[in-house]
Design a protein around this ligand. Sequence first.
Ligand code: GLV
Length: 317
Amino acid sequence: MSLQAPLPAATFVYKSDPVRGRQWAEVFRAQAPEIDFRIWPDMGDPAKVRFLAAWEPPENISECFPNLQVLFSSGAGVDQFNFAALPPALPVVRMVEPGIVQGMVEYVTRAVLDLHRDMPQYRRQQQRGEWKALPVRPASQRRIGVLGLGSLGQAVLQALQGLGFACAGWSRSQHQMDGICCYAGSDELPAFLEKLDVLVCLLPLTDATRGFLNADLFSRLPVGAALVHVGRGPQLVTADLLAALATGQLSEAVLDVTDPEPLPTAHPLWRHPQVQITPHIASMTQPLSAAAVVIDNLHRFHAGQPMTGLVDRARGY
Ligand code: GLV
């Protein structure tokens, strides 16, 4: 139960998966009963709608909700929003909540441990009925680099560091993390890449990151490095990945995101022996913790404090 002052009465519309919406509604009933929480398409009087949480907002958002004050993404990304169609001054907020962070930490840790302990080779050996031990390397000799040092990238690096891996991170702007080598900007990208055994992509999708995982970037990794891609499908140039796997420049790829999604049945990635694919499930918004974070953001909004996850539209995330 919140000890904060009640929020001003307003309508909040949730436009995403309705089953999860009903869990959000329970949290709002308990923690912010003054808010009239509704699940799309039930929106009551549209003029009273001040807040919208959506994966895909309605195209004519200003006509639908003429008095909208904040748009919340129901997921970690905002690349699905058409910013040109949104009122220029409307604050847009990404989902930064502990459930998404935990899911991503679990997924990437599993993928890195799987690669580190040579599980892809053992699965292939098993298919051939081949009993052959490969050398076991200590985690401290495995160098893992994460592209993107937002809340997800930082949490993933801390978990990997806790397992003893040699960790580095790269981001557009300078960051500092205890015991983790942080690189920044395009000038420092080659120095970051040249030391890695596993590259993890956790970048947001923007014009600057579309096609980022391409032949040139792969050529800067040590021969035989592996890729774990949990960013967005359009960041990866699929033909370049297939070529890098064919030459051995890359040894394995773990892809949770593809372009397009879903991947067509006949796509070569599906049956590639060195590729693991999951259907964009690395992490998902957890309704109970997400609704609590959004209610906290409503309090922040009304108190004139910065909201957690507020998007800088110029940067695109
Ligand atoms: C999933 O990809 C999300 O943005 O939450």
